[in-house]
Every structure is written in C-alpha cells, then in structure tokens.
Design a protein. Sequence first.
Length: 588
Amino acid sequence: MTTGHSSLILDHQDIHQDRHQDAVSERGTTVAHTILRTLRRLGADRLFGIPGGTISPLYDAALDVESGIEILTFQHESMAVHAAAGYALATGRPGVVLVTSGPGILNAVTGVASTWCGEVPLLLLGGEVAARSAGRGALQDGGALGLDLERLLAPVTKRTEGLAHASRTVPMLEQAWAAALSHPRGPVFLRLPFDLAREEAGAPERSPVALTLPPEPDDAACRRIATWLAEAERPALFIGVGARQSAAGQALARLAEAAGCPVIADVEGKGVYPESRPLCLGVYGVGARGPAARYLAAGVDLLITVGARLDDTTTMNFGPVFARAGRLVQLDHTAARLGRAFTPALAMACDLPAALERIAGALPPIAPERLWARRETAGALRAAGSGAETALRPAAGPPHDPRQATIALRRAFGPGAAFTADIGNHLLFAAQELTSERAEDFHAAIGLGSMGSGIGTAIGLQLAWGRTRQVVSICGDGGLLMAGNEIATCAHYGIPLAIAVFNDGQLGMVEHGLHNVYGRAGDNRTPPLDIASYATSLGALAARVDDLAALEAIAAWPRGNRPLVLDIPVDPAVRASNPREATLNFSD
C-alpha cells in the first residue's frame, strides 16, 4: 500500500484513538463507505489515483464488495488525473481521482489545471490529516495553517471544500458532482480529513442539487446574427472547446449547411463538424496551413466564433484576421472569454446548441448565387489541398517524414480509431494530417499544454471503450521519458492502448522554437533509449518501425489486452507552423 512519498504515515495518537472505529468500518457505515456509495449512485464506477496514508480509509472501504467500484493505481498523480479526464471525455461523467495529502495533491495540480483549461469534469478527492491535528504542525497538513491547498487550487477549480461534519458528506459530493458537470465543466477539489473519513456516517443532510445551465440565448441577438449571416459575402464559423464540450455538433451542422457557411476549427474543436464535409476547411492555429489559413488570410466580413478560447495558439498569435474581420460575433457558454482577446460586434454567453438552432431558425432566405459562391469557394480551397510548404517526400527508410508517419498510422489502425496527441511537434502534424469525423476522434489538451496529457487521456479513453474502439496515442520521445511508466499501468490492468512514439532524438518543439526565436539552441537531445526494450520491460508488445508499410501488419498483431508501443524514428528537420514561436518572439 506504500508508494514513495505516498507511504502510509499516520501518527500513533491517530492510530490508537481510531482503533475503536474498526468495528464500525466492518459494518460498512463509515463516511468512507458513504463516499463510495454516493459516488457509485452518481455514476462513478472507476476511480483513479495513488494510495497513501490519509486517503487510506477510501481504499479500505473499497475492499467491500458492495461498493462496486474499481480503483486503478497509477505511477504518478498527474497522470492519474489525465487518465480520469480521458475517462470523463468518453463517459460524460466526472472522472474521480483519489490522492493522499501534501505531495499527493501537489503532484496532481498540473493535471487538475489541464482539466480546468479543457473544461473536463473532474472530482479530486484529497486525503487530509486528522481534523484534530489541523494547525498543529502535522506532516502534510493541507489546511489554512499548513499548505493551504484549497487556496492553492482555487484558481484552477470550480469549487473547493473540506469535509468538516460527517453529515455533510452526501450533499458535499452531490454539489461537487453537479458543479463539475455544469457548463463550463471543470474540476472540483474536496479535502477529506482522515479521522472524519473513519467516523460513523449517521443520517446525511439533504439539500436540492441541480446542474447550473448556461443562460438561454437572446432571441433578438440570434435574429441579428442570422441577418448578418445571410448578408455576408465571406462568412466563417470558427469552433473551439466550448462547442465540443456542449455537444453543439448537430446544431452547428444545421446552421453551416443552411447558410452554406465555411467551418473552421481550432485543435480543440477538431471533428465537432465532420472534416470530410465540403464546407469544412480544417484546423487553424496550431499547425495551421491549408484551406483554413488561406480562407482567413483573404479576409472575412463575418466571423462567428462558437466556444473558442481565441488564445495565441488558436489564433496564430492573436492574428490580424480576427481583429480585422468585418464583424466578429463571439458565442460562448462562459462569459469569461467574451471580449478577452478581441472586441466583438456582438457577444453572448448562452446555451450554445440552443443559440445555433435559433440562428438557423431565424435565417432569412439567402440568394442562390450567394450560397453557390460560398460553397464554390470552400470546394476550391479543399481541392487545392493542404498547401504544405514542402511536399511529402517519397516513403523511404528511417528517419521518416512525420507527416507520412501520421498518415500511415491512420491507414494502419483504420477509420474507427481515435487519436490523442501529446504536446510536441507531433501535435502540429497530427492536427493537420488526421481527418476527424466526430469530436471523439481526436483529443489534444492544448489549453494548458502539459506534456504527458495525451498519454494519460488516451489511457482513460481506452479504459472506457475497452476493445470496442482502438485508441492511438501519438507522443514524442521526450513525452515518453516523462510519462512512459504508465505503460506498466496499461499492462497491469489490461488496457490495450497503442502508443506511437515519434522519436526524433530531441525535444523537437523546443529545439525548433529556440532556433526560430533566438537563432541558436543548447543541447536539447533526449537521452539514448531503446524504446522497444523499455516498453517490453513494462509489459507491452513493442516494435521499432523502420518501414512505414509494415505498420498495418504490426497494428494487426494479436495482443489480447496488452498495450502496443511503436518506436517510429522521424526526421528532426521536418517542421510545421507553430504560432507559439511568434508569441515568444513578440511578433505582430
């Protein structure tokens, strides 16, 4: 039950004073049991985390068959959070993470911040020292007189609370669950003192709990937007994370196709509108090139953004195409993003699917020649292709062109596979070369941009989908060195994830960025690693891919529930557009 810093450390006073509660624990009536039963009733069936002293009451209660919950132990708390986020994305329910006090919670912070930026529902349950020991200098005290973890996590959570009375257990969990699921979704942090978790639960308090819904859209504003859309010569819909998390795909498709309006996505909106449809111009922002970039560069007279964060990475360093749009309309389910980066002609915080439906319903008749011109423009841009600065070179031996490697992975695993991209150069290529027909086809946690997030998210997705759908995590060799020990987690729990490592022998995004910004770079090489041997030692099947044509055969290997790791040597000289470099270089 001990894992490094998460070892079972409790002071003798706590142990002796709590022994009388063992009988209570055996009867299954402790607060810890109530927590698990309440989580199960709310819909949680798997919990993620790392055990340790102050969170141990929940791990002990989970041994009771009646709890009906599986707890998965990871190698690092932040990766447990990323995996819980992937599970939440697949199931629609908050991911639940258990960590011990002090460093257990602190190690989870990066993952929590990633879910905050990505609007992913999450419950972080952190163990805490006994309430009677709070403020007395107890090891890992997270209270106001200790590490003050609630204040630390407040900026990246929707709600923080510490359990103070056993009777508050049920309403606290119900309120946290509802807060995590209310748009914009996000993480909630709850502290659970060790002694309270072992108390007899007693009769719970009751209070009505409901999801907080975004405001209804304003009808007059929807009619005005519809009129502008009907009159525009070069309009565009620009979709982002809010469109994904509010399930706005069907409403978006109805509006786009009724208006003949081209659709552009940032990476977080990729797949919300199917990329095979004639009006889809692909991704703008990270890795931007091709139809979307050319359409926006030529100017638009109406740009309607739907749940887009409009940060430097998704707008090409706050590019002029957004500031100079004839009219900018910003729709979101959070007012926090409205007018933050650009000055809109109209901005509305509202239920996004409802707003799109009302705009479509209010759309005046559009002249046939105008509809034809819009569709013709989109079709011509799509037909012109990606517009890559350098053509794909003929397939050859390693090192491979990473663009070709991305295309080969899609071919090998088939159209039904879902992909995640970690943070690095591989993300730039995946965003452009992978075609997504649904929002769940592609995930990248670029709101925070944390290395390891793509691997963790993929684990959660694969765990939720089992063998019904293959998940492929594309990462770099640097990301693998940071988060690769979770391969052992996949092997231990029989999670058949495929991990494709784009191995360029360096921290490629950093190397390219430093050269582009400063004209020079230090040593950004990654340590030599036999990736296949490393992965095999952790329980995976593994192969070095010297011939991309062999990927289809490797993908078809019979492997049961074992993970598969692919070492794909890629050419470190192949680059893609990265707007972050312009931001760091203070470019206009």
